[in-house]
Ligand binder design. Structure first.
Ligand SMILES: CC(C)(COP(=O)(O)OP(=O)(O)OC[C@H]1O[C@@H](n2cnc3c(N)ncnc32)[C@H](O)[C@@H]1OP(=O)(O)O)[C@@H](O)C(=O)NCCC(=O)NCCS
Length: 183
């Protein structure tokens, strides 16, 4: 498939890790991506009736988690603008020092199918390794294209829980759970 596996450079893509202040500064751009993703029908924690203020408040909370060192936040930029994002949640529990979770892998609808989602997940995996994590878990909407993405990147599908969440329009959303052991 054309372009798959291209380097970030080849795609004109720059994926960076934001610190707390960077995350705060990028709240408007991150909120715009979340709004676009929800408007396009993805089940990512929000409903169709959520407002731009809700999205900004969500990212302000993420920026605090980033500043506290509990969340690592990735921003993918093309031509200077943020087109995608992903999070790595470091699990603070004393009995799970080896585990982390990937969350909120979001690519703007206008920037999809160029490999940005895959690049974000691979970067999050690399960050997890750097932080000494050897086991990653995540869950995604059963019907999301993300399901194929994770399978392609070597994640193991555990199973699907029906009615786990709601779609933005109020319909039922089943969630599929994955894990990946990092070598
Ligand atoms: C899931 C999501 C992150 C994928 O982002 P993306 O940037 O489109 O991902 P990729 O480009 O890496 O892969 C998507 C598809 O494009 C294809 N593709 C990648 N590069 C391509 C290229 N240069 N030319 C043609 N196709 C390409 C991939 O093979 C893949 O195909 P598939 O749908 O048949 O599996 C995006 O659809 C999204 O934000 N969805 C809503 C939110 C969501 O569900 N997030 C996951 C839950 S946390």
């Amino acid at each position: 498939m054309k372009g798959q596996g291209m380097s970030e450079q080849g795609m004109g893509l720059d994926i960076g890790v934001l610190d707390g202040e960077g995350a705060r500064q990028d709240i408007p751009a991150l909120a715009a991506i979340l709004q676009d993703v929800v408007a396009n029908g993805a089940s990512v924690g929000f409903m169709a009736w959520n407002t731009p203020a809700d999205y900004r408040a969500y990212w302000a909370g993420v920026a605090e988690e980033v500043a506290a060192g509990r969340v690592l936040l990735l921003a993918a930029r093309q031509a200077g603008g943020i087109v995608g994002t992903a999070q790595l949640h470091l699990i603070g529990k004393p009995n799970q020092p080896h585990r982390a979770e990937i969350a909120k892998v979001l690519v703007h609808s206008a920037a999809r199918r160029q490999g940005i989602g895959a690049a974000l997940v691979q970067k999050a995996e690399a960050l997890a390794r750097l932080h000494g994590r050897s086991l990653l878990v995540l869950d995604t909407d059963e019907a999301s294209p993300a399901r194929r993405l994770y399978a392609r990147l070597g994640w193991t599908e555990v199973g699907t829980i029906p009615r786990y969440a709601l779609m933005p329009d109020g319909g039922d959303c089943a969630s599929t759970f994955f894990y990946k052991e990092l070598a």
